[in-house]
Design a protein around this ligand. Structure first.
Ligand SMILES: NC(=O)c1ccc[n+]([C@@H]2O[C@H](COP(=O)([O-])OP(=O)(O)OC[C@H]3O[C@@H](n4cnc5c(N)ncnc54)[C@H](O)[C@@H]3O)[C@@H](O)[C@H]2O)c1
Length: 465
């Protein structure tokens, strides 16, 4: 059999070397696999199981299991299913599996893929898969440290059902070393040969131009065969696959991408506060600076970042850096500064309104415009500060008819209100600038507007925050 086209001489890889060394764990997924052979420019002698994985991927016979059917896992499952692969979806939330089985999901279109997608209640069916992709959450503990519980538990479940030759790929965002230190030893307990890769998810929710299949994919593996198999898996659904030498590079690259955003958002948020205090409109400054055609990238201030990435990832990287004896002051500071923004928004409101007893409407409680994801949204932190300072917050959001249940805000009273009731409120805070809102109408009808997104035009009743 000729070598698959994707197999390139290892010397062509910019990172070549590191990934082709024997992995420190000493584990050899394929007896006599390519990486133990004398260097061959075209790696023609591959284990038949790996060849069979390539063949099954190309013939669309491979079965893909996705564990964790949330904002990352479900679109990925949908993508593989829409390309004709059989996809098995797993989640430890039985309600989610039941909802998917009944055709109810936040991705309605997955229901139309019933021929290729199946939500599976029992993890025993992992044994049917050629590749298993792990997309479980990576939250912080109450003390602000990485909580790898979901990854560890999932790795243990996969090990229990592992079949010889399966490819396992971790997609969750995490600190460098997780794939090798946490997943690999758990899978090894199965005592069977397997392949293990890491490929970070890079989606931009709400972005219709850069979609899951058009965003270049970083892939890596704990050894060369694992890397090649991981690359082959994503080549089936992505325009471009970039292989890096080790999982640690891919894990760190994902954190770099998000910490870069966190640091720059913190910078503009700090500048916003300094400029506000000195009578300068930060938005006009950003517009002016953005005319420079090089060396400046625009970041926009706001009420504080939300979602499952920017508020969390700096603390993963900082914890990991400090564990290794390095300083991470700058990274940690960006996370802390961004967390202070909700209090600042309320401070700005308090410059024009007595908060005790004031009725305040939060417009938008999703963390980002035009998405229905409330996780880590600053809206809830703002509501909490308002309550603490004696105000009565309500909200409006087209994505949430009812307030979503929020783990960290149990007991927070945040009733929903209609847009028509805006004139009845003492103030409106634009937290999330969903595009369905008519900001001119809002400015005309609200008594006072606190605008955290630069959505409303200047006016006597408008405060920027
Ligand atoms: N949401 C994003 O925009 C985004 C972007 C890039 C990367 N990520 C990363 O992807 C990972 C997943 O994020 P998400 O936003 O999809 O999370 P999510 O909370 O939306 O979904 C995770 C799913 O995993 C399930 N789950 C939790 N523990 C499980 C277990 N032990 N076994 C099986 N299922 C389990 C949950 O029930 C949930 O359905 C995180 O590491 C996150 O940082 C997220």
């Amino acid at each position: 059999m000729p070598p698959p086209k994707s197999w390139t001489p290892s010397s062509e890889s910019p990172d070549s070397g590191e990934g082709t060394r024997d992995a420190p764990h000493g584990y050899r997924p394929w007896p006599n696999s390519g990486r133990h052979e004398p260097a061959s420019p075209f790696r023609v002698r591959r284990p038949s199981a790996l060849l069979s994985f390539f063949d099954r991927m190309r013939a669309k016979k491979a079965v893909i299991a996705v564990i964790g059917l949330g904002y990352v896992g479900l679109p990925l499952a949908q993508l593989f299913a829409s390309k004709g692969y059989r996809v098995l979806g797993f989640d430890n939330d039985p309600a989610k599996i039941a909802a998917l089985k009944s055709g109810k999901s936040y991705i309605a279109s997955i229901a139309s893929l019933e021929k290729t997608f199946e939500a599976v209640p029992s993890f025993g069916r992992l044994a049917d898969a050629d590749a298993i992709v792990i997309c479980v959450p990576t939250p912080l503990t109450a003390g602000g440290k990485p909580d790898l519980g979901p990854i560890r538990r999932t790795a243990a479940v996969v090990a229990r059902h592992l079949q010889s030759g399966q490819l396992v790929v971790l997609e969750s965002t995490t600190y460098p070393g997780t794939t090798r230190e946490e997943v690999l030893p758990r899978l090894k307990k199965a005592g069977k040969p397997f392949l293990l890769g890491y490929s970070p998810e890079r989606q931009d929710p709400g972005n219709r131009i850069m979609t899951l299949d058009s965003i270049p994919r970083l892939v890596s593996g704990v050894d060369e065969d694992s890397k090649e198999a991981t690359a082959e898996l994503y080549r089936a659904v992505t325009v471009e696959v970039i292989a890096v030498s080790r999982p640690e590079i891919a894990e760190a690259a994902k954190l770099l991408e998000n910490v870069y955003r966190s640091v720059n958002i913190a910078l503009v948020n700090e500048l916003k506060m300094a400029f506000d205090r000195n009578g300068i409109d930060v938005w006009k400054v950003i517009d002016a600076a953005s005319t420079k055609p090089f060396g400046f990238h625009e970041f926009r201030p706001g009420p504080g970042p939300g979602g499952h990435c920017i508020p969390i990832d700096p603390f993963y990287l900082a914890w990991w850096a400090e564990r290794g004896g390095a300083s991470a002051k700058f990274i940690r500071l960006s996370g802390e500064l961004n967390k202070r923004m909700p209090e600042y928004v309320v401070d700005r409101l308090a410059t024009r309104l007595k908060l005790k007893g004031a009725k305040v409407l939060l417009l938008g409680i999703a963390y980002k415009r035009n998405v229905g994801d409330p996780r880590e949204s600053p809206a809830f932190a703002i509501a909490k500060v308002l309550v603490r300072r004696g105000a009565k917050p309500s909200y409006h959001d087209p994505f949430f008819a009812k307030p979503p249940a929020m783990r960290h805000y149990r007991g927070l009273k945040l009733p929903s209100a209609s847009l028509e009731s805006i004139p009845d409120f003492d103030a409106v805070i634009v937290v999330t600038d969903h595009s369905i809102y008519d900001y001119e109408w809002i400015a005309r009808n609200a008594r006072l507007v606190v605008d955290t997104r630069h959505a409303v035009v200047d006016g006597d009743n408008v405060i920027r925050a």
